[in-house]
Design a protein around this ligand. Structure first.
Ligand code: APR
Ligand code: ZN
Length: 362
């Protein structure tokens, strides 16, 4: 049976996204149809929209989502109709070399950016879906391994955030940086991802969490997330951080912007032997300059954290339990609850660096 539904489509590079009627394919074996109930607006969507990351068109964005299973194809065992689920935008194959090494976030066969596999069409032509999901839409068809069941008590808004920003932020702290009690952490960029990093760093026992953004406007959000200190980004940033870290620099700096300049600022914010974790997804032609001598003599470690270096099948249920128990407060991350038609304005706000997460409610 063919079904029509509404989704937010970007027709061509640089054009404003607009709601259009899309056709959903039939649900095949091993696939499910999910009615999206909440979808967060993440900077990776904006990066595909504004060309920072190349994407094919027409395109349906949205990859941080939760919903309800409304149809299950033949052989589906992971979920039943009526289940509440978080969608994983990079479901692992569990067969490749990386999955065999228990590094499913690096899976070499997973959908990746803008896969066509969903078979959605617009005016009878295929539509691409950003990060394999295309969740700025009333419904999606997804492989069952993209589903992670969460308790029905967890509201859809918070559940959606677990699918990207919160998993990415908490995973960066726990799995990549491995922040230990008593350590100092600088967090650069306080959007949905950076604020999740701030909260996770405090939860990991960091004694000092120095939050950094371009304007004072983020100070309240940073403090609500658990930051002990707030600084406005400037050329004097590394000096100001040294003042607060006994002249040494921080044990960790976690970059949540996705630009060479802020990766360099993160590098300079850390002490000798410190750890720099890059969470932001930047562009291919934005080059980071570091001197060979500095790399050697500073003895720092620079690592990136892809999708929280986490196994979402294991960590999303844990995060859901923590959200329900109150151990992981997420309410402060949601600054706007919007409708699908308001996503373009949410992107404008994000580009201006305002607010934290806007969540589309369906
Ligand atoms: N210094 C400090 N903060 C900055 C700077 C800068 N030079 N430039 C931008 N920022 C801040 C913005 O003001 C904003 O608060 O970084 C924040 C980015 O937040 P969002 O746009 O909401 O992005 P978010 O969804 O949190 O994603 C952050 O992680 O997953 C990646 O692709 C994603 O690269 C993006 C990053
Ligand atoms: Zn994202």
């Amino acid at each position: 049976m063919t079904r029509y539904f509404k989704g937010l489509v970007v027709r061509e590079s640089g054009s404003r996204p607009a709601v259009a009627e899309l056709r959903l394919p039939e649900v095949g074996p091993g696939q499910v149809r999910v009615r999206i109930r909440a979808a967060g607006v993440c900077h990776s969507d904006l990066s595909m929209l504004n060309g920072t990351i190349r994407a094919p068109y027409p395109l349906v964005l949205g990859h941080e989502a939760a919903g309800e299973v409304v149809e299950a194809g033949r052989g589906v065992t992971r979920a039943e109709v009526g289940d509440r689920v978080v969608l994983n935008w990079q479901p692992a194959c569990r067969n490749c070399w990386f999955c065999g090494r228990a590094e499913p976030w690096l899976c070499s066969t997973s959908s990746g950016i803008a896969a066509l596999e969903n078979g959605i069409t617009l005016d009878n032509a295929p539509v691409h879906v950003g990060l394999g999901l295309g969740a700025f839409a009333q419904q999606v068809v997804a492989p069952e391994n993209a589903l992670i069941r969460v308790p029905a008590e967890l509201d859809f808004d918070r559940a959606a955030l677990l699918g990207c920003g919160v998993l990415t932020g908490t995973g960066a702290v726990r799995n990549t940086a491995q922040v230990a009690p008593g350590e100092s952490v600088v967090v650069i960029g306080l959007g949905g991802v950076g604020l999740a990093v701030v909260a996770a760093a405090r939860a990991a026992g960091a004694s000092d969490v120095i939050a950094v953004d371009v304007t004072e406007a983020k100070q309240g959000l940073a403090e609500a997330a658990g930051a002990t200190d707030f600084l406005v980004s400037s050329d004097a940033l590394s000096k100001e951080i040294r003042v607060r870290t006994a002249g040494r620099g921080a044990d960790h700096a976690i970059e949540c912007v996705g630009r060479a300049a802020t990766i360099r600022a993160a590098w300079r914010a850390t002490r000798r032997g410190g750890r720099v974790t890059v969470v932001g997804m930047g562009s291919n032609d934005d080059l980071v300059q570091l001197s060979a001598l500095d790399i050697f003599s500073s003895a720092r470690t620079l690592r990136s954290s892809v999708y929280g270096a986490a196994d979402p099948d294991i960590e999303i249920p844990r995060l859901a339990a923590d959200a329900l128990s109150g151990a992981l407060p997420l309410d402060h991350l949601i600054t706007d609850r919007i409708e699908l038609t308001e996503v373009p304005e949410a992107f404008d706000k994000m580009a201006r660096g305002e607010g934290a997460r806007s969540v589309v409610q369906f």
